[in-house]
Design a protein around this ligand. Structure first.
Ligand code: PA5
Length: 475
């Protein structure tokens, strides 16, 4: 893609409806943004200075630049998988699943698995990110395990959900006489973790991809975690990485007015300090529906922290909410417009949809319906997006829009990098560790204890001795 084409596909941010000029006293004042300028510049410097540092889990910043060999290897593997297998199943959870789901939904046909083989052109695709037995059974009901490539994605190889899925699938495959390395690919830590142990027990026969040391799960979509599933789907992963690099360049200034990710971070930071506790992401696109799920994890796990770097109790973070335009106009927008002033709504607006879908003429004698004929669905969804943002602004509700010219690999790469940088800057402004997740680890340990894992006896005893449920509070 040349520079002109890239410029045409540039993702941008319009935050007019966050500001006093549009919202009056409910809006953010220029002086409030001015007041956090120094903090924002310091956050920018922190991210810039520590780019790529594995010890700080900031390896994600370099993923658009340092994966040429890995990408070549992934493309080769993907081509072989596409030839050999009828189904491709990701086994993973959290950061090991939400990215692949997002990219699949954004860039492939919305009814991909239902397309006839010749139109689909690649294996059917499933991401299993739960341990609901009904869902596992449903998967087994629709795939042929011996014709399926399973991509087990787990950095630790110790996540109960993913390893449960592994055990069940490994058993199914063994019973069918399949040699596991023929039908499984591991994406995991380079040298540690249980998938490495399993691989060793098979003499190193599994195809393996590395989830780099300095890349945490929620920042991992642009490493093999996301790149392999995407390539198997025929998604142009080089264009995705190119998009991320392009957004990186667009965010190379410490000035809020010149750096879209820093602008979003500063707006979120000021809003947080003004008591806005809820951060809604509302894409007006079914293709982008799951970017909201991916973002919810990115934001929630990164910023929801008890203490800051000085050890002060801060209980930082705002609650991310996923919403879909126009669907949730008929569900949540009433609350956004008239409920508490506790939200920032981020719209993702699409310039040009994958198709227009003309609306046929008809019902001319019914004014409520007749006016629609002759327009297109694209016009309608865009008008509703604009109208909702406008109505919220008129109601004094903070909202801003990320404009995406169209949904493709290049713009998705930009969007992801924008939201990752925004999260990293916000975390730095809050002076918290954006990259750990002690709360998640605590839950994992409690599960180990409940299921009798050795080494967790003390925790089990503690849980057993916790105050018993009082019948008074059971109805
Ligand atoms: O963002 C994270 O680090 C987590 O959501 C992890 O991705 C998730 O807990 C899965 O961990 P693992 O990759 O070790 O199985």
């Amino acid at each position: 893609m040349d520079c002109k084409d890239k410029e045409k596909m540039r993702v941008g941010v319009d935050f007019n409806y966050m500001m006093e000029k549009s919202l009056g006293e409910k809006g953010i004042k220029d002086s409030e943004l001015e007041a956090v300028k120094g903090k924002a510049a310091a956050a920018f410097d922190y991210v810039k200075k520590n780019r790529g540092r594995d010890d700080l889990f900031m390896g994600w910043t370099e993923l658009p630049y340092n994966q040429d060999e890995i990408v070549a290897d992934i493309l080769e593997t993907a081509a072989a998988v596409r030839k050999k297998f009828k189904y491709f199943v990701v086994l993973g959870i959290g950061g090991s699943a939400l990215g692949p789901i997002m990219a699949f939904n954004a860039l492939k046909h919305l009814r991909y698995n239902e397309l006839p083989d010749e139109k689909r052109g690649g294996p059917k695709f499933y991401v299993e990110d739960n341990v609901d037995p009904v869902r596992m059974q449903a998967l087994l009901d629709v795939i042929e395990p011996e014709k399926t490539c399973f991509n087990v994605i787990s950095k630790s190889g110790a996540t109960s959900e993913t390893m449960t899925q592994y055990l069940i699938i490994a058993d199914v495959l063994k019973k069918k006489g399949v040699n596991l390395p023929e039908n499984m690919i591991f994406t995991t830590d380079a040298s540690r973790g249980n998938l490495i142990k399993i691989d060793k027990s098979f003499g190193g026969a599994f195809k393996k991809y590395v989830l780099p040391d300095g890349v945490g799960g929620r920042f991992s979509e642009m490493c093999p975690v996301g790149l392999l599933p995407a390539a198997v789907l025929g998604i142009d992963i080089k264009a995705m990485l190119d998009g991320a690099a392009y957004m990186d360049k667009l965010c190379s200034s410490p000035e809020i007015s010149e750096n879209p990710a820093l602008a979003c971070a500063a707006l979120q930071y000021v809003s947080m300090n003004n008591g806005k506790n809820i951060n809604v992401l509302m894409p007006y696109s079914d293709n982008l529906k799951y970017i909201a799920d991916w973002y919810c994890q990115l934001w929630a796990e990164s910023l929801g922290k008890a203490v800051d770097y000085e050890g002060n109790t801060v209980n930082a973070g705002t609650t991310p909410v996923k919403s879909l335009g126009v669907t949730d106009q008929h569900s949540q927008v009433q609350l956004y417009t008239e409920g508490p002033y506790d939200k920032v709504i981020t719209f993702i607006s699409v310039g040009k949809y994958g198709c227009e879908m003309p609306i046929a003429h008809g019902c001319e004698d019914i004014p409520d319906v007749g006016f629609l004929g002759g327009h297109t669905m694209q016009e309608l969804i865009k008008a509703e997006n604009k109208a909702t943002a406008y109505a919220l602004m008129r109601a004094g509700r903070l909202n801003y829009t990320i404009n995406v010219p169209e949904v493709n690999e290049f713009t998705l790469g930009q969007l992801m990098f924008l939201l990752e940088l925004q999260t990293a800057y916000t975390g730095a402004m809050l002076n918290i560790n954006t990259y750990n997740q002690p709360g998640v680890e605590n839950g994992k340990k409690a599960t180990f204890a409940l299921l009798g894992k050795s080494g967790y006896e003390a925790q089990k005893a503690e849980m057993d001795s916790a105050p018993a449920l009082d019948n008074k509070y059971v109805v």
